[in-house]
Design a protein around this ligand. Structure first.
Ligand SMILES: CC(C)(COP(=O)(O)OP(=O)(O)OC[C@H]1O[C@@H](n2cnc3c(N)ncnc32)[C@H](O)[C@@H]1OP(=O)(O)O)[C@@H](O)C(=O)NCCC(=O)NCCS
Length: 140
């Protein structure tokens, strides 16, 4: 049974193993906690049977007009059973008062987000791959 929560309060690094699949330099579970704590809103999917987070979505925001959703991931063995859709839907509810909610995705994901009411748009990005694991006290 998957449970959803809107806070990272009390989440431990050992509950966050396995995320950032395919990233050459992934953030550590400790850094993942810092990402969740520094976000404007988060929604976590938790499997209490294994005491682990199995999916998460985060949003950053000015709290007035705009929000950006940088991260959405469901652990591979939990995919294709509606958890990703539920995370996005719950985040949309969290951000429902804001004028603009944006994210960047591969073209292949467009139909997934379109089915959740979002529209395609162009985006411009910068990626500093030497910083992919996140800014930590050690990297400063
Ligand atoms: C995208 C992701 C969060 C979806 O999670 P999920 O729990 O499997 O999602 P749901 O079960 O609610 O919905 C599955 C739908 O996601 C879409 N989808 C998932 N992965 C996809 C991919 N690689 N390409 C295209 N569509 C994809 C499909 O529409 C799929 O529907 P289908 O099963 O009918 O084909 C998950 O695949 C994931 O973590 N991927 C790696 C990280 C990632 O790509 N994040 C999104 C960044 S924009």
């Amino acid at each position: 049974m998957i449970r959803y929560q809107n806070s990272a309060e009390g989440i431990r690094p050992d509950q966050l193993e396995g995320f950032f699949e395919g990233w050459p330099s992934p953030p550590s579970p400790d850094t993942h906690i810092a990402i969740l704590r520094g976000s404007y809103r988060v929604v976590l999917a938790v499997d209490d049977e294994i005491d682990s987070v199995v999916g998460f979505i985060s949003a950053v925001s000015d709290g007035v007009l705009a929000a950006y959703i940088p991260l959405l991931e469901v652990l591979p063995s939990y995919r294709r059973r509606g958890i990703g859709r539920e995370l996005v839907t719950r985040m949309q509810e969290e951000l429902g008062d804001l004028y603009m909610v944006d994210l960047v995705c591969d073209e292949a994901m467009e139909s997934f987000y379109a089915s959740l009411g979002m529209k395609p748009a162009h985006a411009m990005t910068v990626r500093r791959y030497d910083r992919q694991s996140g800014i930590t006290p050690e990297s400063e």
